[in-house]
Design a protein around this ligand. Structure first.
Ligand SMILES: *Cc1c(COP(=O)(O)O)cnc(C)c1O
Length: 336
């Protein structure tokens, strides 16, 4: 992604902390009778798009001569931060909710991070991290605006890989909303520079089990009140109240897009459909496949559609195994 460093707000002489994140493949597949381009961000070095934001965040931390960072996460952001902190030789503490997928916790620990499992939900984890951040640099992907600047490179790449063309719509999962805001920033910059005529429609996809953005969108509100979360497979987008709620609603509205919420059964179906196309993603990422089906069934899957696949399935083996066992009893016994 550092091919776009002139568009990144980082010192010109800074040496990037990079593991080769970005410029992930854009692969065209048929979806029903339509064509969809899948952006394979689950192939980033740590297995999720979070590497885009953390590469620039950790680069900035080393510029400030910080030697110890702290992050809280539902899993992928912490695993990614642990990787970039290790690459830069920084100490790293990662706070995760206790039910986080073991694959993500082990990954962070393997990179040498100190992992604190917090009893309670994602919000309790954030509160514990904010308290600890009194004395350690809080390298929060949700608060630090530099993270969004890294994520915006996904928009540049989509544009470049489509032959310097804007897609008509981009479908992304949304919890705290960094992919949505990153796409908004990236495509807005392209528009400002006169490189595209208008923004693609930004379609944000939530899990129905926790969908404060979709609720606010449907109600036509300008702000996003908190919701009570239900259990969901899509652990990476559980956010009861995004920090940038107003900005998110405005970004989607400005783009002419929309915000959808997906039920559990449809998430699982989406995961299977993606796997049947060769894409092995985690349940969180599978919400976009279900959203493609919704758009298709309503006759709105026309033009050039890009769906961002945000995280690898390899870290969610436990969840995928359980779901396979519950829903496909004919599978071999070892999977039960
Ligand atoms: C973090 C994450 C998301 C959601 O990103 P937000 O910034 O919270 O909207 C989506 N998919 C995966 C795999 C993630 O790790």
């Amino acid at each position: 992604m550092w091919r776009y460093r002139e568009a990144l707000p980082i010192q010109a002489n800074a040496s990037p902390v990079t593991l080769g994140e970005g410029m992930t493949p854009l692969i065209e597949r048929t979806w029903g009778r339509h064509s969809v381009h899948f952006k394979l961000d689950y192939l980033c070095p740590s297995g999720s798009f979070k590497d885009r934001g953390n590469s620039i965040l950790v680069t900035n931390a080393t510029e400030m001569e910080i030697d110890h960072v702290l992050e809280d996460s539902s899993g992928n952001a912490g695993a990614s931060m642990a990787a970039y902190a290790a690459a830069a030789g920084l100490r790293c503490d990662v706070y995760v909710p206790e039910q986080t997928s073991p694959g993500k916790v082990t990954q962070a620990a393997a990179h040498g991070a100190h992992v604190a499992k917090i009893v309670g939900n994602r919000r309790d984890t954030a509160i514990a991290a904010e308290k600890a951040a009194d004395s350690v640099y809080y390298a929060s992907h949700n608060w630090n605006p530099l993270f969004l600047e890294g994520v915006k490179t996904v928009a540049f790449e989509i544009w470049e890989q489509l032959g310097w063309q804007r897609p008509d719509q981009v479908v992304v999962p949304a919890g705290y909303g960094s992919l949505i805001l990153g796409c908004y920033l990236g495509f807005s910059l392209l528009k400002e520079q006169g490189l595209i005529a208008r923004l693609p429609r930004l379609v944000a996809v939530q899990t129905a089990a926790c969908s404060p953005l979709a609720r606010a969108w449907a109600a036509g509100w300008n702000d996003v009140p908190p919701v009570e979360p239900e259990p969901t497979m899509a652990e990476g987008i559980v956010c009861t109240q995004p920090l940038r709620g107003q900005a998110l609603l405005k970004a989607v509205r400005t783009s002419g897009g929309e915000i959808l919420a997906i039920e559990e059964d449809a998430i699982w179906q989406g995961l299977q459909d993606l796997a049947s196309s060769g894409f092995y993603v985690e349940p969180t990422s599978a919400v976009v496949a279900a959203a493609l089906d919704l758009l298709k069934n309503e006759g709105r899957l026309h033009g050039c559609t890009v769906a961002v696949l945000s995280g690898t399935g390899l870290k969610a083996t436990d969840k995928i195994t359980r779901a396979l066992a519950e829903r496909a009893p004919e599978l071999p016994k070892e999977l039960h």
